[in-house]
Design a protein around this ligand. Structure first.
Ligand SMILES: [Ca+2]
Ligand SMILES: [Ca+2]
Ligand SMILES: [Ca+2]
Ligand SMILES: [Ca+2]
Length: 277
């Protein structure tokens, strides 16, 4: 494909896929159908990189699968999707597991609590069980170490390399970097969880490999305690992921470069998008 064609192709793809469509719980498959099953498994395409800047227009995000968690799913449902709902995607390269979370929220409440208690403010949580141990208590051995990485909205405008993080299993010391930005409908999170976290885990993605994984949203709209709690994993019916990894769902690595460099791949992608419109 020559450069001009490629630019046109990127422009078309960006126009069509720039903003994920929020809807009742569902999976919007990405490139070549990669996506997974809602609440059960997220299919994470690798090796793919993104620029960690809070802008979710990266090509990898356009072509990744997106899961949409509606306002009713979790132990603290919200009245409507504009009040609280999330869409998320993940990709990985050789150093990082990148997670994009688009949050719809009608009122941002930030900075009321210290990072360790940021689950009472607006925050998202990424859960990692690196050895897929599915243990009832968090493991604390190198390689098996389980973590809840809590990312408060209070990171808006802060240094990505020095984020305020919380979470059990020492989530704050995993080496995770984040950019959080305010949007017209709420806030976006672009996070990079290191695949190698000293003393905790050393994840080397291979095709088909599975780790434990979950995504939560805490929504506070009026100060004090949180008002809504949304949960992706179907197994986490009682909001116990902070201490019990049997509540996690799965993340499965899929060896798939999200690229339109090859003419055949681009044709396939266009056909899929046309079929879905
Ligand atoms: Ca980006
Ligand atoms: Ca809200
Ligand atoms: Ca574990
Ligand atoms: Ca809020």
């Amino acid at each position: 494909m020559d450069l001009r064609c490629r630019i046109v192709a990127i422009a078309v793809l960006t126009t069509i896929m720039a903003v994920p469509v929020f809807a009742a719980n569902k999976v919007e498959p990405g490139f070549q159908g990669v996506g997974g099953k809602f609440g059960e498994v997220y299919e994470c395409a690798f090796p793919n990189s993104v620029k960690l800047d809070g802008d979710l227009e990266d090509f990898a995000w356009q072509l990744a699968g997106w899961h949409f968690v509606d306002n009713k799913t979790g132990t603290g449902p919200a009245p409507n999707e504009a009040d609280a709902s999330i869409a998320f995607a993940a990709v990985a390269d050789d150093k990082w597991l990148y997670v994009a979370i688009r949050v719809k929220d009608d009122k941002i409440v930030r900075g009321e609590e210290p990072p360790g208690s940021s689950w009472k403010d607006d925050s998202v949580e990424i859960y990692i069980d690196p050895n897929h141990g599915e243990t009832a208590a968090y493991e604390t051995k190198n390689g098996n170490w389980d973590s809840q990485i809590t990312i408060p909205a209070d990171n808006i405008g802060k240094d990505p390399k020095k984020p305020d993080l919380g979470g059990t299993g020492d989530g704050a010391t995993t080496g995770t970097e984040v950019v959080v930005v305010e949007t017209a409908e709420g806030w976006d999170v672009e996070a990079a969880v290191p695949l190698s976290s000293k003393g905790k885990w050393d994840i080397n993605p291979t095709d088909g490999m599975v780790i434990g994984f979950n995504i939560h949203l805490n929504d506070d709209d009026d100060g004090g305690d949180r008002d809504h709690k949304l949960i992706w994993s179907k197994k986490d019916v009682d909001d116990r992921s902070w201490t019990d990894t049997t509540r996690f769902a799965d993340l499965q690595f899929v060896n798939l470069q999200l690229s339109v460099d090859a003419k055949g791949k681009l044709t396939t992608q266009w056909a899929r998008m046309k079929a879905n419109r």
